[in-house]
Design a binder for this molecule. Structure first.
Ligand code: F6P
Length: 397
């Protein structure tokens, strides 16, 4: 959505130089050396974004590559005056900060951009040609796109239009198959673990069953990691549809042992066997549905079956906020440096990734449309079961 520019005062938009007729191709089509890069942070924010921006800018400046930032994801390439020059001074002191200094947007989809028609109804229009024109106008040689699956899909589609792109994976959900970890996940797990720890004492004082709903969309990584680390009694995740009777049995079994409280972790995409995912809004063209309510859904089923009071905590965007952990700062820094090196080599069309201990690069096409879900009979799930955590369904074998 249009917004007054500009949150960073250290630079001015690149000059809107007119290019002659012979230069009417998109600068980003050219295979020549990269002299000017534009970085954007698409989708929801994640702790560690500023580490990526900082590392990318610092490395590029030393490599003689000029860097611009597109504010609020693609808005900077759609709306006027939303491109900012990023210099070393622009990124000083940002490493411990959450969010993104250039802002994020999960609505600014260049292929389905939300606008209002004359009657005020929301319409989605393709503004990709506008983005291309802006890239040409500002003589941007490469677009560095930091984001999750949606942003990487836009990267792939812009490549098809001839734009040179470099991808950097980001999501607290850690659900991209092309990389072992995305930055933001570690911080989100820390926050969620802290919350589960905190809920223990109040649950125990009041003999309550505390249901805590965590983010992660269709992947249960945050719930499983934080649930195990926080000593939850029950964890339900999207990959394993649950049977509420097993959760009741777990609470009763604990009560029979004299333990009169329980902590139940619910991934936001978790759903009962044969039931639907809890949604706040439906998905629309090029825009994801919003999930929410899974914790309350489970609590509603539990409260008629057990004598305990049931309370629900939705941790929500707290998991995306705050200062990044050292792991996320380090991973973001390594990704940002590698992205700059890809630019230096002119090796575009690739996304940086972590495999084991190593930073690697993969073709962007390979990074798109491959969600990484929790293996339902994997070691992590078996470890959870081994320490007595109820997952809402029996093991596969
Ligand atoms: O994908 C990251 C994520 O935080 C999900 O875990 C969550 O469902 C979603 O974004 C929330 O997005 P929004 O910022 O639109 O509420």
């Amino acid at each position: 959505m249009p917004k007054p520019a500009s949150r960073i005062q250290t630079g001015r938009p690149a000059p809107a130089r007119k290019v002659g007729a012979t230069k009417q191709r998109a600068a980003a089509h050219a295979a020549g050396p990269i002299k000017r890069a534009c970085i954007l942070t698409g989708g929801g924010d994640a702790p560690g974004l500023n580490a990526v921006i900082r590392a990318f800018v610092k490395t590029c400046v030393d490599l003689d590559i000029e860097v611009y930032g597109s504010e609020d994801g693609f808005e900077g390439l759609i709306q006027p005056d939303r491109l900012v020059r990023l210099k070393k001074a622009s990124v000083r002191g940002i490493l411990p900060k959450g969010g993104s200094i250039i802002g994020c947007s999960n609505r600014a989809n260049p292929f389905a951009y939300p606008t209002r028609d004359a009657r005020g109804r929301e319409r989605f229009v393709d503004v990709s040609q506008q983005v291309l024109a802006r890239i040409r106008e500002h003589e941007i040689d490469v677009l560095v796109m930091v984001g999750g699956d949606g942003t990487m899909t836009h990267a792939r589609d812009l490549m098809k239009l001839g734009v040179r792109v470099v991808g950097v994976p980001k999501t607290i959900d850690n659900d991209l198959a092309a990389t072992d970890y995305t930055f933001g996940f570690d911080t989100a797990v820390e926050t969620a673990t802290w919350a589960i720890d905190a809920l223990h004492s109040t649950a125990e004082s009041h003999d309550r069953v505390m249901v805590v709903e965590l983010m992660g969309r269709y992947a249960g990584w945050i719930s499983l990691y934080a649930g195990i680390a926080g000593g939850a009694d029950v964890i339900v995740i999207p990959e394993i549809p649950y049977d509420v009777e097993r959760i009741v049995a777990k609470v009763e079994e604990r009560a029979a042992r004299g333990v009169t409280f329980s902590i139940v972790v619910v991934g936001e995409g978790a759903h009962p066997k044969g039931g639907a995912v809890s949604r706040l809004t439906r998905g629309r063209k090029g825009h994801l549905e919003r999930l929410g309510g899974a914790g309350q859904t489970l609590a509603d089923q539990l409260k008629h079956r057990i004598p305990h009071e049931v309370r629900v905590t939705v941790l929500g965007h707290l998991q995306r906020g705050g200062s990044p952990s050292s792991f996320d700062r380090l991973l973001g820094t390594r990704f940002g440096v590698e992205a700059a090196w890809l630019c230096q080599r002119g090796d575009t069309g690739r996304m940086v990734a972590l495999r084991g201990q190593d930073i690697v690069t993969v073709p962007i096409e390979e990074a798109v449309g491959h969600p990484k879900l929790v293996p339902v009979d994997g070691e992590l799930v078996r470890a959870a079961r081994a320490v007595g955590i109820e997952l809402g369904a029996p093991p596969l074998c």
